[in-house]
Design a protein around this ligand. Structure first.
Ligand code: C5P
Length: 322
């Protein structure tokens, strides 16, 4: 299609990055803060390239969307464990017919996608992404907000008091040891997720608030690594990837907006901030480049949907015939 501009190439590799970013990615590939242990074909050249449907079935098969419940050790031994939801998120929420995952990318600015995003039964947003003042481009409905522990802990985000976080269902996560051992994690979180969780629950006891089991982040990481031809960063996937898989477990169909950049692609990091850095779109700490390769391979929509609307279409797991 000669009239169509370039969309995401599903074989993007760190060798296609500029010198500065290549160095950053290579540093993270060498660093191993979370004790990742390589197994399987990951990073070996000659990794067979699976088809979209094969990748979707792998993801459905090997990733479990689990959340912390009060019965799990070491939490079961602590008085505040009763603040955790008694049931799994996946048994409390959905199933939804159609869902939107709204990345926070700068390319959402001037997209005019707000109405389309709000037309979904459920909408997932990330971290500090606002809707007020940006309704035309990102809509105003928030069903679920996925937040990382850094946002929960940082003073600038005023997590405990800002109205940004007080509507919809909250889901939090923290980069955990690769073993996903809950006691090891509890003793060495990246940010104080549990202290902040307890404070928030005391202030907003009625708002549903889940914490993702660390198995979830590393099971997704393994799917990415096993399907790439080079070693990826040994850090958990970005919130965008976690939220996309989360919604695939709750929805019949998932539309992800501006995760694969549209014709509006820009170095503007977030649609809500005047800050420019290509690493926001291509990844530095997170294996974001490879997450995007995987999502591109699983996309059931057209390249034109990506180009004009920044929209990817993924089937929900329930709908898959594996
Ligand atoms: O920056 P933050 O993690 O809050 O953004 C939410 C998600 O949106 C990211 O985890 C990433 O997956 C996606 N994103 C992106 N390109 C950007 C900014 C964010 O793909 N420029």
């Amino acid at each position: 299609n000669g009239l169509l501009g370039e969309v995401w190439d599903d074989e993007m590799s760190s060798s296609m990055l500029g010198t500065r970013m290549k160095k950053v990615v290579q540093n993270y590939q060498a660093m191993n803060k979370y004790g990742v242990e390589l197994s399987g074909p990951g990073g070996v050249s000659g990794t067979p390239k699976l088809s979209g449907p094969e990748l979707l079935c792998q993801l459905k098969d090997k990733v479990e969307v689990a959340t912390l419940t009060p019965d799990l050790q070491p939490f079961s031994l602590l008085p505040w464990a009763t603040q955790l939801p008694p049931q799994q998120l996946t048994s409390d929420l959905g199933p939804y017919k159609s869902c939107a995952v709204v990345s926070s990318a700068g390319s959402l600015r001037y997209s005019g996608l707000g109405k389309e995003i709000d037309s979904h039964e459920a909408v997932l947003r990330f971290n500090a992404a606002p809707t007020t003042g940006y309704e035309k481009d990102v809509g105003s409905k928030t069903t679920i907000r996925l937040i990382n522990s850094q946002v929960m802990a940082s003073d600038d985000h005023r997590f405990l008091s800002s109205s940004l976080y007080s509507s919809g269902v909250l889901v939090a996560w923290d980069p955990a040891p690769f073993s996903a051992d809950l006691t090891k994690w509890f003793n060495r979180t990246d940010y104080p997720i549990f202290a902040q969780y307890q404070r928030y629950r005391r202030l907003h006891p009625l708002q549903p608030f889940y914490i993702l089991h660390p198995r979830f982040e590393w099971q997704i990481w393994q799917r990415i690594q096993d399907n790439m031809a080079e070693p990826i960063q040994k850090n958990p996937p970005s919130s965008g990837m976690l939220g996309t898989v989360l919604m695939m477990s709750l929805c019949e169909v998932v539309h992800v907006y501006e995760f694969l950049p549209s014709r509006r692609k820009t170095e503007l990091c977030h649609y809500y901030q005047r800050f420019y850095d290509a690493a926001c779109t291509l990844g530095a700490y997170h294996p974001l480049l490879y997450e995007k390769n995987l999502v591109k391979r699983m996309n059931q929509g057209s390249d034109r949907d990506i180009y004009t609307n920044g929209r990817v279409t993924l089937p929900g797991f329930r709908k898959l015939n594996c």
